[in-house]
Design a protein around this ligand. Structure first.
Ligand SMILES: [Zn+2]
Length: 299
């Protein structure tokens, strides 16, 4: 009997010690942010992303399952710049957790730390249904921006969980060392000035980093489907500029790009992932950038 009692006591003590080391529960809106948090948080955090890598983050349904997950989160990491405006406020409200609201301790809005490209002149604009009202929100496609966010996430985790500060610090060091070395290699492989067409302005920051020219965009405005006259203009421009590559983000319909390619001699259409998990073998940000570089490098 005594022996059994000791065993029980041991089990209870074990469970308690396990509980005291509970991981930080982090929810991100996108898989690209999730990847950064995973690199910095390592095994001290549990991370889940609301949007899958194969989904368009502009349009998501605020499902009850997301609300339940948000209710358990210690920290909500979002993109900001109006990207999640159609669905995230509903999730935060539904979760009834004031700490996750913007400005509170459980909120981290990555867009606040970035030099935003394509900011509309004269402030916020949703004119004609433009889904980039506060500038281009796809900044995580630039690996340098991933480094900026990684550092801010490191600071945030240290603040929320000071006990594991050293670990977050060393995870950040190895992440930035690897990323800087990769950026150097990627720059060497890409021919600056290369001309491409895309469907949406998803790769703006990536092109900006690597000196790629986005000659035409199939959407006349972010979030607006291409009209017949706009498609004709894209074709004209592609011919004039001698564009050889059209990149279509894989959550958009490639039909229009393929139609353009039928008319523009030598134009190749490539369907690409733009988020971690966008293709089964894209498991983290390094895989994603590598995939994008290999899509545009001269072979
Ligand atoms: Zn967009």
């Amino acid at each position: 009997m005594n022996k059994l009692y000791t065993v029980y006591l041991f089990i209870i003590m074990f469970l308690f010690s396990f509980n005291s080391q509970a991981k930080l529960n982090i929810m991100t809106t996108t898989t690209n942010l999730k990847s950064v948090v995973e690199f910095i948080g390592g095994n001290k955090v549990h991370v889940e992303s609301i949007c899958k890598g194969t989904q368009d983050p502009h349009y998501l349904e605020a499902k009850p399952s997301y609300i339940l997950k948000a209710a358990k989160a210690d920290l909500l990491v979002s993109v900001g710049l109006g990207l999640e405006i159609g669905w995230l406020p509903l999730i935060i409200r539904g979760a009834r957790k004031p700490q996750l609201r913007p400005g509170n301790e459980g909120s981290f809005i990555a867009g606040e730390y970035i030099d935003v490209l394509e900011k509309p002149k004269g402030g916020v604009s949703r004119a004609d249904g433009d889904v980039h009202p506060e500038g281009n929100p796809h900044f995580m496609l630039d690996p340098k921006n991933a480094l900026i966010i990684a550092e801010k996430i490191k600071d945030k985790l240290k603040k929320m969980d000071p006990e594991n500060s050293k670990e977050y610090e060393s995870n950040f060091k190895s992440f930035s060392k690897k990323m800087n070395a990769k950026i150097k290699n990627w720059k060497e492989r890409v021919k600056a000035g290369k001309k491409v067409i895309t469907y949406h302005k998803t790769l703006t920051y990536f092109f900006h980093r690597f000196g790629i020219k986005n000659i035409s965009i199939l959407e006349p405005k972010p979030g607006i489907p291409p009209s017949a006259s706009h498609i004709l203009n894209v074709m004209k421009k592609a011919k004039k500029e001698g564009v050889k590559l059209a990149l279509v983000e894989n959550y958009f319909d490639p039909t229009v790009a393929k139609r353009v390619a039928r008319d523009v001699k030598g134009l190749k259409v490539e369907i690409i992932p733009v988020a971690v998990g966008g293709e089964p073998n894209i498991r983290n940000l390094f895989d994603l950038y590598e995939r994008l570089i290999s899509a545009i490098e001269e072979k």
